[in-house]
Design a protein around this ligand. Structure first.
Ligand SMILES: Cc1cc2nc3c(=O)[nH]c(=O)nc-3n(C[C@H](O)[C@H](O)[C@H](O)COP(=O)(O)OP(=O)(O)OC[C@H]3O[C@@H](n4cnc5c(N)ncnc54)[C@H](O)[C@@H]3O)c2cc1C
Length: 213
């Protein structure tokens, strides 16, 4: 933790534990990555995967985001897992259960075998079991794709998992209070409209986690 990543607001929700950071990143499919271009901040949702002590991101080589990240510009990646709604007796005290992480730093563009390895990690993280049966990427596809690694060096983790924090005088009000948990699940696989007949859904789909968050 640094002065920039020290949680000031509700510091009791700060978690100074790299293992919790890893578990959040490993459950997440998407990071919101912010850059500043010409004085204007832009925060973009991007698929992400963790590789050891770095966060991998990939996208179009032609995109502003990846051109900016590859140039070594500072960035901020935020990952949010929403776990539920906290229903307090007042709107003010109502809130959300979440696990969130923020990573500050500069990303490094990957090339050659590092890039291919990172792409395999991203694919396997998004679609567990699928990498092995996909055709190899073409040179053109690899050229069109930029892959960057953001070190997990300067980060913060905030976890909200408590009870509704109502004012003492509100606790006797005849209003239901509690937690509504939220789960993130995959639905039943639906074949592509142009799928050739006779191709069954792959067995690994049965093993996909019912919820990743
Ligand atoms: C799903 C969700 C919903 C939220 N809804 C609200 C809301 O409606 N209103 C509201 O005020 N706040 C909300 N928060 C909390 C919000 O993210 C901020 O923590 C809070 O607003 C304090 O902001 P600040 O700039 O004062 O933070 P500070 O504590 O001053 O931030 C200092 C440093 O702490 C770290 N930090 C701050 N917040 C987070 C975080 N969430 N995750 C990881 N690191 C963090 C960063 O490194 C940051 O640089 C929500 C968070 C989540 C995940």
């Amino acid at each position: 933790m640094t002065e920039r990543t020290r949680i000031r607001r509700l510091p009791q929700k700060a978690v100074d534990d790299r293992a919790v950071l890893y578990s959040i990143l490993d459950s997440a499919l998407v990071a919101h990555v912010a850059i500043v271009d010409d004085g204007q901040p832009y925060a973009l949702p991007i698929g992400c995967a963790r590789d050891g002590d770095q966060l991998l991101l990939h996208g179009s080589s032609a995109s502003r985001l990846f051109k900016t990240l590859s140039s070594g510009a500072p960035c901020c990646a935020t990952i949010t897992l929403l776990d539920g709604m906290v229903l307090a007796r007042s709107a003010f005290e109502s809130s959300m259960h979440y696990r969130s992480a923020m990573i500050l730093g500069t990303a490094t563009e990957l090339s050659g075998s590092d890039k291919q390895r990172a792409l395999d990690i991203l694919t396997e993280s998004f679609l567990p079991g699928r990498r092995a049966e996909l055709r190899a990427s073409t040179e053109q596809e690899l050229k069109a794709t930029s892959v960057v690694a953001l070190p997990l060096a300067e980060f913060s983790v905030k976890v909200s998992a408590g009870e509704p924090d109502d004012l003492p005088q509100d606790k006797d009000l005849p209003i239901w209070a509690g937690i509504v948990p939220m789960v993130h699940t995959f639905g039943t696989p639906r074949p592509a409209a142009d799928l050739a007949p006779g191709i069954a859904p792959p067995a690994y789909l049965d093993k996909w986690p019912s919820g990743r968050a």
